[in-house]
Every structure is written in C-alpha cells, then in structure tokens.
Design a protein. Sequence first.
Length: 254
Amino acid sequence: MVPKIIQHTSTHTGENRSVGGNECMIESSNGSSRRERPRGEVAKLRDELATKTAELERVSELNRALSEKNEGGKGFDPLTGLLRREQFEDELRSALATPAGKHNQSLPGRMSVLFVDIDHFKDVNDKFRHERGDAVLRAVARVLREGIRGGDMVGRWGGEELVVALRGATEAMAAEIAEELRQKIEQLRFSEDKLRVTASFGVATTDTVHPRALEDLMKSADKAMYFSKQNGRNRVTTESGRETEMSRQGELDV
C-alpha cells in the first residue's frame, strides 16, 4: 500500500511540507530540503529517552548501594563469607568480656574455641587445581556456618584454617559439636572428581573462674588441632585430652 502524501505550504516560512508514512519532507524556498519526524513520534521518542534515563539512574543507585554494602562487608572473607581473622578476634574479645546470653546464664563468661584445619588441602590444590580448593573451602565453611548455634561465631583464620567460637560451651559440649561438624565435613562429596574431604579439630575452653587471654586460648586450640593431625587426622582432640595423651606417651613436641 502506497502511503498517502499530503502537501501544504506554510504561509509564514514559505516551506512546502509533504507528509507521508512516518516522516515528512520539508522543502524551503531556496530549494533545500530536510526530513522531519511527525510530532507524535517525536513525543514517543522523548518518552523512551526519559524511561531510559530513569533506568540508568536506577542502575547507578544500585551500584552505589552495592558499593556501600561491600564497604560494610570488609570484616568478611570474600571467598567463604566467614569473618576475617581480625574481625573474629575483635568479636571474640568482646564476647569474652560479655556474660553469656539468656540461654546460657548458668555458664557466664565461658567460651570454647574450635580450631579446624582441612586435611591434605595442599594435595587438593595440586591434584585438582585451586578452583577445586576454593570449592572445598566454601563447602567446609558452609558446614561450620550452618552447624553453629545462635550467638556462636565462625571465621577464616588463614589459608585452610578455620575457627569457631562457642559461647557458653563446656569442653565436653564443644567436643560434641566439633564431632558433629567433623562427621558432616567427612560426608561432603564432590561428584565431579570423587574428591573426599576431612578436617582435624582442636578444642580449648576458658571461663571466668580460669580466665585466659585470647592469644593463649587460640594457641591452645591450635596445639590440640595439631595433635589431631599427628595422630591420624580427621579427628577431634580437646585440650585436656591432649595433655592426658601426652602424659601417657611422654613428652611430645606438638
């Protein structure tokens, strides 16, 4: 179908205007011509431009919000989502200085720490590449994060070493929780390469009756964890259990 052409001459400018389809042709008295879109289409384009501008402003707002969120997440490890070591230490110090919550009022000031090390992690990276190592770290971190109670904390100490703080937990309670976590880690499967993962745990405890500095508490949990490694890995060793075992075996350099 041929578009209908309407032609008229402006009495003010002397321009001949031919309108047809979606455009109109304007011829000036000097013989030059230019194309011009109908007013309805121009209005439509302006509306579309306004919509696009609003969308860009919205994207800009989202980017600013994301940037602010990332700034606020500096205390978290980007790979695992766990507390960074410095943040974990700060919050643990604060927790040690604060009485236990309403759920643990019978155990004010008591805190147990689990030191967790993923077994043979270097071999995982060497054999399956670092991408698989990252996946293992995230999976183990998820097990710890989902296995703790309200008020507890979990962080990444460094490399493949992770730490858990259990507010109000006795050594026996902490060992039980650690054993549950150990079993869940042992059950992790990575079907792509049939990789199996285990972890060694060390447990140390402090309370208001026998208060300890944070550094001493973490060092004791770390030593207990190394005792687990030296005795076969994939096991839980409490601080008191380690001392008892050492006394039976004689002096042992952990």
